[in-house]
Design a protein around this ligand. Structure first.
Ligand code: AMP
Length: 395
């Protein structure tokens, strides 16, 4: 695998695809700098080698060159975080960009304007990619969040660097973490899938059943399984057209010797609200008119026990409606169990949308082995798809 260590960047200009798609408030202030901080190690390594950095990214979903999506708004923050002056260039291709790159000295950084100001970026346009390719000697992809898109700057541009291309350190870590779970993980391997719907996780389940020993299912999707097995689930979330599918997953898991763990007890509520009345019931015997919004304490203990005996853990999706305090306990208990297992030597990867939000909200971020930065890219990796941005570097 071509990584940053494959090259000596001395006197080289690195064209780096970063993911600076950060949230801005009404005053154009960055409200979450995680993605910029995550790009820092790659940039620093190249500068320390004696190279220079040409940073390119998208920001938001502009329709043409919309000022509110300009990367000029974040230049100061990038500068503060990296600790080196950053020069902003108001176009990502063309004469101005080429001149700025020509004048670039070792140790210097330029930040190009939003790639998506040109519609050719998302279209994966070859000519646009070729123009981008003129802006560096070595292409570095460090944007996992867009690695599942065959855009000009994430994939097509790599064609113009047949050998001179590599993954940045963030992307390398993402790839290694996924690999640890999907192909080289120490057994027992446990996947925890939560979240709202079975339908959005079915391709993941199909792909991972061959690789894991235990599958913990929580969140709203658990009730489709409970109903499929003949349980009474009251008003809980259910996908009635997925009942047969749920049964076939259980059957497939049995054939593949994967142990499935479903919630035994459930925190039920008489409405979808933090102020609703609550009770604990067996997941298979929920009173009509009530709905399951979190896993119960018996389930928490059982899941924690499975996690404690696991050596590799993948977590995608919350176990309950964690956005409401009264239904966050199951997700917090799982986070604690994973943090403990990690402390005891297990490898834990958290990825995909809401579980990342939950991990951050409840302070588990530094207590798990790796938190993925890419929602869609992570989900597609777990589904077993080859991401175009990754394939383009490997080819
Ligand atoms: P997903 O994007 O599929 O991972 O789903 C995440 C969402 O699932 C979160 O917003 C949770 O509030 C929601 N969720 C988790 N458990 C339940 C449940 N028992 N009933 C309804 N929604 C749930």
């Amino acid at each position: 695998m071509r990584t940053l260590n494959t090259f000596d960047f001395k006197n080289k200009k690195a064209l780096i695809r970063v993911d600076f798609n950060v949230p801005l408030n009404a005053n154009f202030e960055v409200t979450d700098t995680t993605r910029i901080v995550a790009a820092k190690p790659t940039i620093i390594k190249i500068l320390e080698d004696g190279g220079s950095c040409v940073l390119m990214s998208h920001l938001g979903r502009p329709k043409g060159a919309e000022d509110k999506f300009s990367l000029k708004h974040i230049t100061n923050v990038v500068e503060e975080i990296i600790g080196v002056e950053v020069k902003f260039v108001s176009n990502c291709v063309g004469a101005e960009a080429e001149k700025a790159v020509a004048n670039l000295e070792p140790g210097q950084i330029i930040l190009l304007e939003n790639l998506r100001f040109h519609e050719q970026e998302k279209a994966g346009d070859r000519q646009f990619a070729e123009q981008l390719s003129k802006l560096g000697d070595i292409y570095v992809n460090d944007a996992f969040g867009t690695a599942h898109r065959a855009h000009a700057s994430t994939t097509i541009v790599a064609d113009f660097f047949p050998e001179q291309k590599c993954f940045g350190s963030l992307l390398t870590k993402e790839i290694e973490s996924i690999e640890k779970v999907m192909s080289s993980g120490e057994k027992p391997i446990t996947a925890v899938l939560g979240g709202a719907k079975v339908s959005s996780k079915i391709t993941i389940i199909d792909n991972i059943l061959d690789k894991i020993d235990h599958l913990i299912i929580g969140g709203g999707m658990a009730y489709t399984f409970a109903k499929a097995q003949g349980g009474n689930i009251g008003n809980s979330l259910v996908e009635d057209d997925k009942l047969d599918l749920a049964l076939s997953i259980l059957e497939k898991a049995k054939q593949k010797n994967v142990e499935i763990h479903l919630p035994i007890d459930t925190i039920v509520a008489d409405g979808f609200s933090n102020d609703a009345n609550t009770n604990t019931e067996l997941t298979a015997q929920i009173t009509n008119g009530w709905m399951g919004l979190d896993v119960g304490t018996q389930t928490q203990a059982h899941f924690a026990n499975v996690i404690a005996n696991s050596k590799t853990i993948l977590w995608n999706g919350p176990l309950g409606v964690f956005e409401m305090e009264n239904f966050a306990k199951g997700t917090i208990a799982l986070g604690n169990a994973i943090a403990n297992a990690t402390k005891n030597g297990a490898f834990s990867l958290v990825g995909g949308g809401d579980s990342v939000a939950a991990v951050k909200q409840f302070g588990f971020e530094n207590k798990v082995s790796y938190v993925s930065t890419g929602g869609g890219a992570m989900l597609e990796s777990l589904e077993g798809k080859t991401l175009p941005g990754i394939a383009a570097i490997l080819s």
